[in-house]
Design a protein around this ligand. Structure first.
Ligand SMILES: Cc1ncc(COP(=O)(O)O)c(C=O)c1O
Length: 403
């Protein structure tokens, strides 16, 4: 512990077995889970091993309920407002499927939505004649909130959607004014919180969205293959439901959890991994116990330090833009493609990820960027690990022509 941040980094590292195996700066890709996440999954899989999948679920209603409780507590949400799904993309598509779009309807969004979300909008445009309107950027980067509000008033969209923390630019956007304006006009607001959940406080009461979509494996430090959708209980009461509602009414299984779903579970599929749901619940509890403000302050502090260090390296350009920057750091290195950098860094035990043009066509093309290397520290990373990454990149930048 130190005076400026209540997190005990030694303890966080002791609880994160993966730190012994490498310098993990890929938390925006998939983070290292803490031990309780692994334990929850392992124990549940053991129950499945011993009694079979359906019987294991029927024998663990309390543990399953606690996973819902933990994610709802993480989001400041009320009981029954979270649906577990496989990932953020499924959460997003389930939410979209509940809006009865008609020809000529407008989806208002930004230039910073994740690529899979953009593809869903394009598909809706092609199939149903929905019009896609993207609000312009502010000069400092990120959506121009004033312009978005003006479009919201003038175009009266059928849906407003935005991404809290885009995958590719360090940016943190403010959804609150847009969500509030959408609510005043009774327009559904869909927030992609895939990178923000677990990285910073995401309080659904404060944001006032209709939907919040997220994944487990990134800054939340849960397992791969698990995600969730929060749905506003008022919208649920009003009958909002996905195109294919769940089969929770299958009463041939005797467990409370599997009775017909009056709540957000109507957005779930019947079949998915309860082991991963329990892992997600453990990750949510772990993050809540750490404190989301403390997590944000440490992760953003490490990222800010990394940017400053990298800016001083010859041949390295820091690409992040925005009034508020989070725990994602993006750089270009002269003479190197992002994927060649990822491979070279991996050889020396440093884990990062490559963002190709296709990850963020709109933003990268507008800025004339072909791709970027992404480094994304989290609370358990140390200042020494950052320095090691900076030194390695300095060495690579000084080796021209090695792509
Ligand atoms: C901002 C953002 N939204 C959505 C997604 C999609 O998440 P998933 O792969 O869990 O569907 C990602 C993945 O990188 C992302 O960064």
């Amino acid at each position: 512990m130190n005076a400026s941040n209540p997190l005990d980094v030694n303890r966080l590292r002791a609880e994160t077995p993966g730190v012994a195996f490498g310098n993990h700066l890929n938390n925006a890709g998939a983070s290292l889970p803490p031990a309780p996440v692994h334990d929850a999954i392992r124990d549940y899989l053991k129950a499945e091993l011993e009694m079979g999948g359906y019987e294991a679920a029927a024998a663990h209603p309390g543990a399953i309920r606690e996973a819902y409780d933990a994610v709802e507590a993480l989001l400041g949400a009320t009981p029954g407002s979270v649906a577990f799904v496989e990932n953020a993309t499924v959460a997003f598509s389930q939410a979209l499927s509940s809006i009865p779009f008609r020809r000529g309807d407008v989806i208002l969004t930004t230039r910073h939505d994740y690529v899979s979300n953009q593809l869903m909008y394009l598909s809706l445009a092609e199939r149903f004649g929905v019009e896609l309107v993207r609000a312009p950027d502010a000069p400092e980067g990120g959506v121009d909130t004033g312009a978005m509000l003006e479009l919201l008033h003038r175009r009266r969209p059928r849906l407003v959607a935005m991404t809290h923390i885009p995958t590719n630019s360090g940016l943190v956007q403010d959804p609150v004014p847009v969500a509030r304006a959408a609510r005043e006009r009774e327009i559904p607001f869909l927030l992609d919180a895939c990178q923000s959940v677990g990285q910073m406080p995401v309080d659904v009461r404060e944001i006032g969205a209709t939907f919040v979509a997220a994944t487990s494996r990134k800054f939340l430090r849960g397992p791969r293959g698990s995600g969730f959708l929060w749905v506003d209980p008022e919208a649920l009461d009003a009958g909002l439901a996905p195109l294919f509602p769940d089969l929770h009414g299958a009463d041939w299984i005797e467990a409370d959890l599997l009775q017909p779903a009056p709540d957000a579970r109507r957005f779930e599929n019947w079949e998915f991994s309860w082991a991963l749901v329990l892992g997600t619940g453990a990750a949510a509890r772990y993050a809540t116990d750490c404190g989301l403000e403390a997590i944000r302050d440490r992760a953003w502090g490490l990222a800010a330090r990394l940017r400053t260090q990298l800016e001083a390296v010859d041949g390295v350009t820091v690409l992040d833009r925005g009034a508020r920057l989070g725990a994602i750091v993006t750089v270009a290195v002269e003479g190197w493609t992002p994927s060649a950098l990822v491979s070279a860094l991996r050889k020396v035990g440093i884990r990062t990820s490559a963002l190709e043009r296709s990850s963020a066509v709109l933003d990268f093309d507008a800025r004339g960027i072909e791709g970027a290397l992404r480094l994304s520290p989290h609370v358990f990373n140390t200042e020494d690990e950052l320095q090691a990454a900076v030194d390695a990149l300095a060495e690579l930048a000084a080796s021209p022509g090695r792509k």
